[in-house]
Design a protein around this ligand. Structure first.
Ligand SMILES: NC(=O)c1ccc[n+]([C@@H]2O[C@H](COP(=O)([O-])OP(=O)(O)OC[C@H]3O[C@@H](n4cnc5c(N)ncnc54)[C@H](OP(=O)(O)O)[C@@H]3O)[C@@H](O)[C@H]2O)c1
Length: 353
């Protein structure tokens, strides 16, 4: 590469990357990342690999979980590496004549917060932009859908007429859970953090009862509200947030209740390193012969085809609706991650270049 005009060659690309450089103690933001730059060349695309141009970045709460000091499902995310994450990208170059993928195809990759990336062709999922919007591969037909669908159906075991409470109901996972629960004939109670969000849940997607948890800011108040909206008790609790909301739900579980622990976002910004103690409620599990099951999307990776077969028509014909909050600008990525913890997203949070 010539020093004078480093980016003029058509086979070279200036590549910006967000590198995770500092472990956050509480909320994560721009201070924990450094913007770096390098050059990627088409000649670096070895056999079996493809060069991708990133377009849509998925912003997910697990990114913050992995920044806690302690091991979770794997070791803490290493400092001084490009922030990992799912990306919807377009193929710029591909080095394998036998591949069914070609230049220009939209794909789902896990290449993280960088403008360009070289990756294994075998790791890519081809997306059809005619079928549904390619962004759905990050949300309503992606990882959040996987944990919503399998977590609810296989751990929640919903039955017609049962009452389910979903916390974090207005988020990427929560919006899908409440709608599948409706399809299965449940009475659905959605908990979210603003009147705008609860209104959307009730008016647009038909959730039966909604609670804005910010109007009920202790376990006692939340418990009273839950009693008001579900005097019959709770058969399933799909938990995305933890904390006092979850403490309150335990007061109202029915015999043989299923509690599905999908996420604990109220604890991520520091609470995983210094746990907040809540009431000791395991005796209620005993009396009610209830179960608590932790669910992880990665355990269902190999069942994506099954999910897409059932859920793609649901999305195409509007049986499942979805919201996306799309933030413009690669430079906004760390700030966007912070938005999840401030409740600034509605539905799936995505950054677009
Ligand atoms: N187990 C798995 O494999 C798996 C996979 C994906 C996601 N998850 C978990 O599922 C949960 C939702 O993930 P998502 O991707 O769908 O994110 P999301 O719900 O789209 O976004 C996060 C939402 O969490 C709510 N929130 C933030 N801080 C909160 C707090 N202190 N108390 C109550 N609510 C709070 C905010 O909504 P409000 O305005 O309503 O507060 C925010 O919009 C997370 O806990 C995540 O870790 C688990």
């Amino acid at each position: 590469m010539s020093k004078k005009s480093p980016f003029k060659k058509v086979n070279e690309f200036r590549n910006k990357q967000w590198v995770y450089t500092k472990r956050p103690e509480k909320l994560v933001d721009q201070r924990h990342y450094t913007l770096e730059e390098n050059v990627i060349s088409i000649s670096d695309v070895k056999l079996g690999k493809a060069l991708l141009k990133s377009v849509y970045f998925s912003i997910d709460p697990y990114m913050r979980i992995q920044q806690s000091k302690h091991n979770t499902w794997e070791e803490p995310y290493p400092l001084n590496t490009v922030q990992g994450g799912a990306v919807v990208a377009q193929i710029v170059a591909i080095n394998d004549n036998s591949s069914s993928l070609k230049k220009g195809d939209w794909v789902l990759s896990y290449t993280g917060w960088q403008e360009y990336a070289i990756t294994e062709i075998s790791s890519l999922r081809l997306l059809d932009p005619i079928d549904v919007s390619v962004t759905t591969a990050l949300g309503v037909l992606g990882m959040p859908a996987r944990i919503a669908y399998f977590g609810l159906l296989e751990a929640g075991l919903p039955k017609k007429g049962e009452t389910i409470v979903v916390s974090g109901a207005s988020g990427a996972v929560g919006q899908i859970v409440v709608q599948i629960a409706k399809i299965k004939g449940c009475k659905v109670i959605g908990i979210a953090g603003s009147d705008e969000k609860t209104k959307f849940l009730k008016k647009t997607i038909g959730v039966d009862e909604v609670i804005n948890y910010k109007n009920h800011s202790s376990a006692k108040e939340m418990s009273q509200e839950l009693k008001r909206v579900s005097p019959e008790g709770i058969d399933i609790y799909y938990d995305n947030v933890g904390g006092y909301i979850t403490d309150a739900v335990f007061e109202h579980i029915n015999i043989n209740a299923r509690i599905v622990i999908c996420g604990q976002i109220s604890q991520y910004s520091g609470g995983l390193d210094t746990p907040e103690m809540g009431p000791r409620f395991l005796h209620k599990i005993l009396y009610k012969r209830a179960t608590i099951t932790g669910v992880l999307a990665r355990d269902y990776n190999n069942r994506m085809e099954e999910l897409l077969l059932e859920m793609t028509p649901w999305v195409q014909n509007g049986l499942i609706q979805y919201q996306e909050t799309i933030i413009q600008g690669f430079e906004k990525l760390p700030e966007a991650l912070n938005m999840l913890f401030l409740g600034k997203n509605k539905g799936k949070l995505i950054v677009k270049i």
